[in-house]
Design a protein around this ligand. Structure first.
Ligand SMILES: Nc1ncnc2c1ncn2[C@@H]1O[C@H](COP(=O)(O)OP(=O)(O)OP(=O)(O)O)[C@@H](O)[C@H]1O
Length: 375
């Protein structure tokens, strides 16, 4: 097992800078997820760790050793891909054995490892089948099995669940969690699916345009986004942003949201005060908005029951839209005028020009997030 360290990593393809100065510590035994929109450089970063691409600049270390000049097969890693990449003419067992045979591993060691992995993944009954005789989920298990038998220092996984249907994906997610609990192998996992990232990771690295925007424990990053990109990318429906000018009032500081005045809570005043006279973006997650007797007037535009919750599309102030995610039994209908309250401990303020959070703090002493505060 090993930690992986990336220092100022850069990868250019002609005039495209796919990875633009990525520094990241991936602790030993961690499950680190690189997440971000399509084209942000996740796969390229993973391929640099794997040795499938050569870095234009920067350093990749595995287990404290710089591996930039090591070929993929010289690095103690195993990769799992989206398309499974199984050998079609080999049986499941032969697919799992192949890598070890190439390495010249003793036959009895191979037997034992294949049997153990097959048991762990519950594919013992499938060992004699060929990939074409397997479902997508089974094929992905075999691909995982092939990685596990290698007993590598590091697993690298590139969107391994994205070819599975939604139900199977949820099931495999749970299995990957269990697998990691059992094996404790350092894992670097790439996905564009923020829910997958949140549920699997013990460390999440949110990427955009070749750069890491924020790294941390998923619930912390969710509750304490460093900028509007991260705030917007994590969460569904995503965070609402309401922009307006900040000014002083009798009661303190308010943001003018077009016919609606939002008062900055005392805890945040000192952090935003320097922007009096300038604009500010208020950020509030849909689940931190509730329908109430008092609060901001809002018109209900859409009511969308989603089972566990109901998403309301509202307009507030001078026609600004706002999503609220409320209990499914809330009784509101389209066209109704209601009032909504924002949870004042879950408010964020951003500089709309740079997107940077004005209220972000590495420590959450102001109880912006109860989960993170417990830590
Ligand atoms: N071999 C290559 N040659 C040229 N450009 C490339 C190459 N590989 C990747 N790129 C470019 O580098 C950028 C990052 O690509 P990368 O595949 O790392 O992104 P990604 O975040 O993994 O995206 P996706 O989720 O769509 O796979 C993109 O602009 C892509 O077009």
């Amino acid at each position: 097992m090993a930690e992986v360290t990336l220092e100022e990593l850069v990868k250019e393809f002609d005039d495209v800078v796919a990875v633009d100065g990525v520094s990241l510590d991936i602790p030993d035994e961690s499950f680190t997820v690189l997440v971000g929109p399509s084209g942000c450089g996740k796969t390229t970063t993973l391929r640099l760790v794997a040795g499938l691409e050569r870095a234009t600049d920067g350093i990749v270390s595995i287990g404290g050793e710089v591996v930039n000049d090591k070929r993929a097969y010289e690095r103690d890693i195993a990769m799992v891909f989206q398309n499974y990449a199984l050998y079609p003419h080999k049986t499941v067992e032969e697919n799992m054995r192949f890598g070890l045979e190439q390495q010249g591993t003793d036959d009895d060691v191979i037997e034992e490892r294949v049997a153990d992995a097959a048991q762990l993944l519950q594919i013992e009954e499938l060992l004699d089948r060929r990939p074409s005789e397997l479902s997508g989920g089974q094929q992905q298990r075999v691909a995982l099995g092939r990685a596990i038998v290698r007993d590598p220092d590091v697993f690298l996984m590139d969107e391994p669940l994205s070819n599975l249907d939604a139900k199977l994906r949820v099931q495999m997610r749970a299995e990957l969690n269990k697998l990691h609990d059992e094996l404790d192998t350092t894992t670097v996992y790439v996905t564009h699916d923020q829910i997958e990232a949140m549920t699997l990771a013990d460390q999440i690295a949110v990427m955009d345009a070749g750069k890491i925007q924020q790294v941390g424990e998923p619930t912390f990053v969710y509750a304490n986004p460093r900028n509007m990109f991260v705030a917007d990318f994590l969460g569904s429906p995503s965070m609402n942003f309401l922009e307006g000018d900040l000014r002083r009032s009798d009661s303190g500081l308010v943001v003018d949201l077009g016919g609606l005045e939002h008062e900055i809570p005392e805890t945040h005043r000192s952090k935003v005060e320097h922007r009096v006279g300038e604009s500010l973006a208020l950020g509030i997650r849909p689940e931190n908005i509730s329908v109430a007797q008092r609060g901001y007037p809002a018109s209900v535009e859409v009511v969308e029951p989603q089972g566990e919750k109901t998403v309301l599309e509202l307009t507030v102030g001078d026609d600004r839209s706002l999503n609220a995610s409320v209990e499914p039994d809330v009784d509101v209908s389209v066209g109704e005028e209601i009032r909504v309250e924002f949870d004042r401990s879950k408010l964020h303020y951003f500089d709309p020009a740079t997107g940077e959070s004005l209220t972000f703090s590495e420590r959450t002493s102001d109880a912006a997030d109860p989960v993170a505060t417990e830590r």
